[in-house]
Design a protein around this ligand. Structure first.
Ligand code: AP5
Length: 216
C-alpha cells in the first residue's frame, strides 16, 4: 500500500506514522526527519536546509523532490510506503506523480488528518522529540516512560527549534498558503480519506485503520 499523510504541523502525522508502519508493515518516509538528520550531521543538504527549517519555511521543491526520488529506489519501500510531510506543494505533488509513473506505481490513499488550530498550537508548544529516531512526545498528553528520554532508544529528548511560537505561526502560514490545496489536488483523484485527528492517539489510529479498510 502506497500512502500519503496530509495535515498541518502538529496534526499527529509523525505520531500516527510510527504506529501505522508497524500495523501495515510498510516504512515511513518522512522528509522532515531526513532533513533534520542532514542538519544534525552537517551535510551539504543539511547546510542548505538548516536556516529555512529553523525559520519555519519550506525547503525548495527541487531539494525535497531529489530526496524522495532517491528514497523510492530503496529496497525497503518496494512493498509500499507511508509518505509523511511530502508532498507539500502542488509542484511536489506533480513531481511525485512522475516519479511513481516512471516506476509503474501510484498512490493508493491520502489520509488527511483534520485538527483545529487551537489544538495544533497546544500540541506543538508541548512537544518533545527524539533527535535520533524522530519519535514525538508531549509533556502532558504523551510523556516518555523515563523522564526526558526516548522510550525506543534512550536518547535525551529535545524541543525542535521550529517549535518556538513565532516559527509555529510561520509553519501554519506556509501550510495554509502552499499545502492545504493538496487536499483538492488528491480529492480530484478520488483517493482522499479525511480523518478526525482530535481524540486519543489510539482513537485516531483506529479511525485511520478504519478509513483504510483495516482492522485495529
Ligand atoms: P515536518 O517534520 O514534516 O513537520 P510538520 O509537517 O510541521 O509536522 P510536525 O512534525 O510538526 O507535526 P506532526 O503532524 O508530525 O505532529 P506530531 O505527531 O509530532 O517538517 C519540518 C520542516 O522540514 C518543515 O517546516 C520544512 O522546513 C521542512 N520540510 C519537510 N518536508 C518538506 C517538504 N516536503 N517540502 C519542503 N520543506 C519540507 O504531533 C505533535 C504533538 O502532538 C506531539 O507532541 C504529539 O505527542 C502530540 N499528539 C499527537 N497526536 C495526539 C493526540 N491524538 N492527542 C494528543 N496529543 C497528540
Amino acid at each position: 500500500m502506497n500512502l500519503i499523510f496530509l495535515g498541518p504541523p502538529g496534526a499527529g502525522k509523525g505520531t500516527q506514522a510510527t504506529r501505522l508502519i508497524e500495523k501495515l508493515a510498510i516504512p515511513q518516509l518522512s522528509t522532515g526527519d531526513i532533513l533534520r538528520r542532514a542538519v544534525a550531521d552537517g551535510t551539504s543538504l543539511g547546510k542548505k536546509a538548516k536556516s529555512l527549517m529553523e525559520a519555519g519555511k519550506l525547503v525548495p521543491d527541487e531539494i525535497v523532490n531529489g530526496i524522495v526520488d532517491e528514497a523510492l529506489d530503496l529496497e525497503a519501500v518496494q512493498g509500499g510506503f507511508l509518505l509523511d510531510g511530502f508532498p507539500r506543494t502542488v509542484p511536489q505533488a506533480t513531481a511525485l506523480d512522475g516519479m511513481l509513473a516512471r516506476r509503474g506505481r501510484q498512490i493508493d490513499a491520502v489520509i488527511s488528518l483534520e485538527v483545529p488550530q487551537d489544538v495544533l498550537l497546544e500540541r506543538l508548544s508541548g512537544r518533545w522529540s527524539c533527535p535520533q529516531c524522530g519519535t514525538p512526545y508531549h509533556e502532558r498528553t504523551a510523556p516518555p516512560k523515563t523522564a526526558d528520554h526516548c522510550d525506543r532508544d534512550g536518547t535525551r529528548l529535545i524541543q525542535r527549534p521550529d517549535d518556538r511560537p513565532d516559527r509555529i505561526k510561520k509553519r501554519l502560514e506556509e501550510y495554509a498558503t502552499k499545502t492545504a490545496e493538496l487536499t483538492t489536488y488528491y480529492r480530484q483523484r478520488g483517493v482522499v480519506r479525511s480523518v478526525d485527528g482530535v481524540g486519543s492517539v489510539d482513537e485516531v489510529t483506529g479511525r485511520i485503520l478504519a478509513a483504510l479498510g483495516k482492522r485495529a
